[in-house]
Design a protein around this ligand. Structure first.
Ligand code: SF4
Length: 356
């Protein structure tokens, strides 16, 4: 019998659990090409490119990709290109955020004042080709019970830490029971007041937001912030919208962070539509990240000047609260680095980006 709290809450079909959807994935280039009616000539390059970072696409996400369209903005996030194996340009490295140096104890990344990242696991529902952690040593951060205690002790011993950020992988791939015990353990540390969850699951598999998960979050004394990751309005279908509205009604603050990706969302219409669609679902745009320069993802890069011009145009179209902060993460800095919007378009790009 399927436990009640694992049944999809929002689908009229209500047939599969989130765990079933998490397992129901396409992981081969040929299978993906067939499912999406892509040219067979694309398959070989995708197979080679996926050797270092496997394809993984849940069918729940696949259903939102337009068949036969090689430029679909969701497809481009998950389809490996031969460019991934090309020699990386200068500045593109395996660990662009220098996380190895901040991995203070297994499971903990401590970079910024007052907050730490807890790596809860190394798995994600979907593999995004631009991921800055595509080379992260998750195996070294798979924690034994003893190491969990040590990670929690690290937080307990530092009264200046008032916020814990659950990260991964995707922390919501952990089951509700495991999350519940983790939330209880953090709840017991008096100086921690906020719990932030960085997750792509409400977007990829909205059925993940179960009644049990909501209960675990809302019964905690901690203020809960959920930062979802959505790059394009097409990712938000009816079921995702219902999931985001459920989180809002439960009193959870939901913010979005996106990555600015060439050929996917680096145009004005895509950014306007994304912000409007998010707000329709009670989600505020939070960060728009410049691509982290990780090996294998350089073909997604949007140059900073082009991004600044795009932000200038976006500010002319939307109220301030719907304009995300354009930021770059720079190894060694004490916070994200805001990228200031120019007062007028950066002239060297006016021709190239005139359509903005
Ligand atoms: S969900 Fe996040 S951590 Fe996982 S592959 Fe995508 S970008 Fe990377």
């Amino acid at each position: 019998m399927i436990p009640q709290n694992d049944i999809i809450m929002h689908s009229s079909k209500q047939t599969s659990t989130w765990q079933q959807q998490l397992a129901d994935v396409v992981s081969g280039a040929e299978q993906l090409a067939q499912a999406l009616a892509l040219p067979a000539s694309y398959v070989q390059a995708a197979q080679t490119a996926s050797e270092g970072f496997a394809i993984r696409v849940p069918k729940a996400f696949l259903a939102r990709i337009k068949k036969g369209d090689v430029n679909d903005p969701l497809l481009r996030q998950i389809w490996p290109l031969s460019a991934e194996n090309a020699p990386p340009p200068a500045g593109f490295v395996l660990d662009p955020l220098g996380e190895a140096g901040s991995n203070k104890t297994p499971g903990i990344i401590h970079k910024y004042h007052g907050r730490v990242l807890l790596i809860t696991n190394g798995s994600c529902a979907v593999h995004c080709r631009y991921c800055f952690r595509r080379h992260f040593p998750y195996a070294d951060n798979a924690l034994s019970s003893q190491q969990w205690l040590e990670a929690l002790n690290y937080i307990k011993q530092r009264p200046e830490i008032n916020e814990v950020i659950l990260s991964g992988g995707d922390p919501l791939t952990n089951n509700d029971k495991r999350l519940q015990s983790l939330i209880h353990a953090i709840d017991d540390i008096p100086h921690v007041t906020r719990l932030r969850i960085h997750t792509r699951l409400p977007i990829v598999i909205p059925a993940r937001i179960t009644e049990q998960l909501l209960a675990n979050l809302t019964q905690s004394r901690l203020k809960i912030v959920m930062v979802v990751h959505c790059n394009h309005a097409n990712e938000i279908d009816q079921e995702v919208a219902a999931c985001l509205q459920t989180l809002y009604r439960a009193g959870i603050h939901v913010l979005n962070q996106a990555v600015l990706l060439k050929g996917i969302n680096d145009d004005l219409a895509s950014q306007v539509n994304l912000s409007e669609r998010l707000f329709d679902c009670h989600v505020l745009p939070y960060y728009l990240h410049l691509l982290d320069p990780v090996v294998g993802a350089h073909h997604f890069e949007v140059k900073q000047a082009a991004a600044q011009n795009l932000m200038l145009a976006l500010q002319g179209r939307l109220p301030g609260f719907l304009v995300p902060k354009l930021v770059r993460e720079v190894d060694g800095r004490p916070s994200k680095t805001p990228i200031i919007t120019p007062i007028t378009p950066i002239s060297s790009l006016e021709g190239e980006y005139g359509a903005i």
